[in-house]
Design a protein around this ligand. Structure first.
Ligand code: HEM
Length: 535
């Protein structure tokens, strides 16, 4: 046998030759795949789009247009705006205007390496992407990667059938009948905030508050109570951990770390901190879930409770929502969804409140109209679900605030199969960007006063406020429209109705106008408001 091996040539040198050949094949395959990914495929997409008359920006291999976009945004946001103007696209999406001027409104740019992205503002195209052809589009890969690392595989990240299952269950937790019962929670939290504010200016008729931070605390409190019910105090800590985690994972200077394969596995202080924060969050959620399960088993609760965690735990146990697909939620799913809802519903609504008090301060006639309506409807009694439905002026005001200051300034999707949108052929791998901020200011849709604050444009309802209803999408549209939009509007109305009955609002002279995307669209320099007590 030994002689056979020697004469057959299976020497050490032969083994080395085979190994080197195998490694060379592997390396060539890797190079081939990389070239396909970063060059041939994107170039094929560009050719396909150019052949249909779309102008494309030149491709830069390192990051595409992303470095330029970041540079322009940094420059635009380096100081406050000189006037309080709602013409904020040049500040928030500074690449948009120059690109449209040179390449037309529907142009192709590069949101990163190998990320050819079509800019779309046409409402009919948006409707197809988000509704009729939504199965052809997923969340863009990098965004999904960031969200999964941050929130786990919750509703933001899952796609197709898995998304349908998660969405059906979460929808049941946000059913209107369940939400009506949350008005009391909203009132209790806001009452506590008002009391604290009143002690700030206990001897004065006026006092100043930095409201953005206050609204962050308030919306976190309301959401913690909604998601975790009686366990909300324990859960409140998760909000703070989540804030730090969001900064570490989604801060603009951190995104590059996700682009390096394997970076998250390195034992760097940054990665260790992320791991620690996630462990702490997990521990708190495990404790809450365990207590809830023990209470349900011992009969202290009829089922798991009426809050989000209770609804999800019930689904995890019974899984009876879909007779065809009896796959149940796992405890991991329950934790991921609780974290997702806490994240999605907290700073979006806080910023809506902050922009609204700013606009009401700038437009005293609207502030007075809203106060008159609230006073007439509430007539000194506590606000409830029925009264909320009567607040038409306040609804119009909030709709107009969401038009000018939508929490999500831009949505991105990627085509996962070849499709056509309004006759335009869309190849698999093409990203689409829907710049909500610009769409909400399109003069063709909104008229020549698109940059003005005019809540009465919503007098006939949101669908009639502009030419095509899909030009108004603060909560997105189609299948993946915001789960929490009714909740957010109820919450904003409760808080504002309670504020307006006690105080008149004035913008502090310290206010500096500078909208910026920081998670949600936020006032970069805060929102100082002077509260005058009403007698
Ligand atoms: C003013 C407040 C809010 C605004 C402007 C807003 C806006 C949005 C937008 C634009 C999306 C689509 C995001 C995307 O597809 O990339 C979204 C999704 C979502 N929102 Fe909201 N949101 C608000 C409040 C809330 C609240 C209070 C909750 C929960 C309590 C919530 C839960 C969610 C969830 C779970 C999704 C994901 C839906 C899915 O993918 O099926 N949001 N929201």
């Amino acid at each position: 046998m030994a002689g056979h091996l020697e004469t057959g040539g299976w020497t050490g040198a032969a083994w080395w030759a085979i190994l080197i050949a195998a490694l060379t094949v592997l390396l060539m395959k890797y190079v081939w795949m990389t070239l396909e990914q970063i060059w041939w495929k994107p170039m094929h997409i560009v050719r396909k789009m150019e052949s249909q008359g779309i102008k494309a920006r030149p491709y830069q291999l390192l990051g595409g247009d992303y470095p330029e976009i970041v540079k322009l945004a940094k420059a635009a946001q380096s100081e406050p705006m000189t006037t309080i103007s709602h013409d904020t696209v040049p500040r928030i999406l500074p690449f948009f205007g120059p690109c449209c001027a040179s390449h037309g409104t529907m142009h192709l740019f590069w949101q990163g390496t190998a990320a050819p992205t079509l800019n779309i503002t046409d409402p009919e195209m948006i409707k197809e992407i988000m509704s009729t052809k939504s199965s052809c589009f997923h969340r863009a890969a990098l965004e999904a990667q960031i969200l999964e690392r941050f929130l786990g595989k919750g509703i933001f990240v899952v796609e197709d059938d898995e998304w349908t299952r998660h969405r059906r269950i979460i929808n049941s937790a946000f059913h209107i009948e369940k939400l009506k019962a949350k008005v009391g929670v909203m009132v209790t939290s806001t009452e506590q905030l008002m009391k604290r504010w009143e002690t700030l200016g206990v001897n004065d008729s006026s006092f100043e508050v930095e409201v953005l931070q206050e609204f962050y605390k308030l919306t976190r409190d309301i959401l913690s109570r909604t998601v975790f019910g009686n366990s909300y105090k324990q859960a409140k800590k998760t909000g703070l951990l989540q804030e730090e985690l969001a900064e570490l994972l989604m801060g603009p200077s951190q995104v590059w770390k996700l682009l390096i394969p394997g970076y998250s596995l390195l034992p760097t202080p940054y990665n260790r901190r992320i791991r620690r924060l996630k462990q702490d969050m997990n521990r708190i959620l495990d404790e809450i879930i365990l207590t809830r399960q023990e209470h349900a088993e011992s009969g202290k609760l009829r089922d798991y409770g009426n809050d989000l965690v209770g609804t999800l735990l019930y689904e995890a146990e019974t899984g009876n929502h879909d007779p065809k697909d009896r796959k149940r939620l796992s405890i991991e799913d329950v934790k991921n969804e609780c974290q997702t809802v806490l994240f999605a519903g907290h700073d979006t609504t806080a910023n809506l409140l902050a922009w609204t008090v700013m606009l009401l301060s700038l437009h005293p006639q609207w502030q007075e109209r809203a106060r008159k309506e609230v006073t007439e409807i509430c007539n000194g009694s506590p606000i409830d679900d029925e009264k909320l439905r009567g607040l038409k002026i306040l609804t119009m005001i909030l709709q107009e605030v969401l038009r000018l200051y939508p929490a999500v300034a831009e949505l991105t999707r990627v085509a996962v199969k070849n499709t056509t949108i309004q006759g335009l052929s869309i190849p698999e791998g093409l990203q689409v960007s829907l710049p909500i901020l610009q769409i909400h200011r399109d003069e063709e849709q909104w008229g020549s006063d698109a940059l003005e604050f005019r809540p009465d444009r919503f007098a006939g309802g949101a669908a009639k406020a502009c030419k095509n209803a899909t030009s108004y999408i603060p909560f997105s549209c189609g299948q993946r429209t915001c789960v929490g939009q009714v909740f957010a509007m109820m919450e904003a109305k409760v808080v504002l109705a309670m504020i307006l009955q006690r105080f008149s609002l004035q913008l502090s002279s310290k206010y500096k106008h500078g909208p910026k995307v920081a998670g949600a669209l936020s006032p970069q320099y805060g929102m100082p408001i002077i509260f005058h007590k009403l007698t």
